[in-house]
Design a binder for this molecule. Structure first.
Ligand SMILES: NC(=O)c1ccc[n+]([C@@H]2O[C@H](COP(=O)([O-])OP(=O)(O)OC[C@H]3O[C@@H](n4cnc5c(N)ncnc54)[C@H](O)[C@@H]3O)[C@@H](O)[C@H]2O)c1
Length: 252
């Protein structure tokens, strides 16, 4: 464990924490002293992540959650509050890439699945987290948006629409809870080298790389770094805003 225990006595819930960005955020939060609930619909992956955190000397529990199901989200949030006696930090990160097709050909079920996961999942999470964060004396929330939260992307109408909507949800919740000790921000990664991108071939990967002026994809560590800053008291006056970590993608 590091000597920086800036999240000591804090309890955190991270959705989508069995893989990629969520896993790295959960690992780092625990390293910095938080008690972390690793929530994912990949139950085995969540268990392995929590076990690895505990083996490294951190505090963690795994819980299965399907963020498309409000009752499942409610149960995971309640579990976190009860298990560790509070809820201070939440990272609403679970997401899927979804199918790729032009808007005029996009499958209705594909649309619903992406909106259910990437937008409704964030709302259900906030819906059940915010009252318990209030009851715990305040805290900080990060919603995982994307550069596609402000940009379109051919073939990803549902993903882009959901990630734009997450920004609106973030701003609204921030305005509502600012005076009661809760900050809510959105993180907007460029294309990040995680299993989410695993479907593509080398040509697609090269194309994605070419969109980033830094000439590479980002890493989960780089997204976790920004996320932990926003969760921390170092970001005490940062609220309701959208934070790029994109190697210059949106600056072109
Ligand atoms: N990788 C990128 O290029 C990129 C870019 C911008 C934004 N993001 C966003 O970052 C977040 C994390 O993505 P990642 O790249 O780490 O992907 P990932 O596939 O490595 O991890 C996503 C995790 O979410 C979980 N998940 C998916 N649907 C779920 C559901 N219904 N309920 C519970 N868990 C569910 C998966 O099991 C997985 O463990 C997502 O919201 C994604 O949209 C990723």
């Amino acid at each position: 464990m590091t000597s920086t225990q800036e999240f000591a006595r804090k309890t955190a819930l991270v959705t989508g924490a069995a893989s990629g960005i969520g896993l790295e955020v959960a690992r780092r939060l625990a390293e910095a002293g938080a008690a972390v609930v690793v929530a994912d619909y990949n139950e085995q992956g969540a268990k392995e992540t929590a076990e690895a955190i505990v083996a490294a000397g951190g505090k963690a529990e795994a819980v299965r959650v399907d963020v498309t199901d409000p009752e499942s989200v409610r149960a995971a949030v309640d579990f976190t509050f009860q298990k560790f006696g509070g809820l201070h930090l939440a990272v609403n990160n679970a997401g899927i890439a979804g199918a790729s097709a032009p808007t005029g050909e996009y499958g209705i079920e594909d649309w619903q699945r992406v909106i259910d996961t990437n937008l409704n999942g964030v709302f259900y999470s906030l819906r059940y987290e915010l009252p318990l964060i209030l009851a715990s004396g305040g805290g900080s929330v990060v919603n995982m948006s994307s550069i596609l939260g402000t940009n379109g992307f051919a073939g990803s109408p549902a993903y882009s629409a959901a990630k734009h909507a997450v920004v609106g949800l973030t701003k609204t919740a921030a305005v509502e809870y600012a005076s009661r000790g809760i900050r809510v921000n959105a993180v907007a990664p460029g294309f990040i080298d995680t299993p989410l991108l695993s479907g593509g071939d080398q040509e697609k990967r090269d194309y994605l790389v070419s969109l980033h002026p830094q000439g590479r994809l980002g890493t989960a560590e780089e997204v976790a770094e920004l996320t932990l800053f926003l969760l921390s008291d170092r970001a005490s006056f940062v609220n309701g805003s959208y934070h790029l970590v994109d190697g210059g993608y949106a600056a072109r």
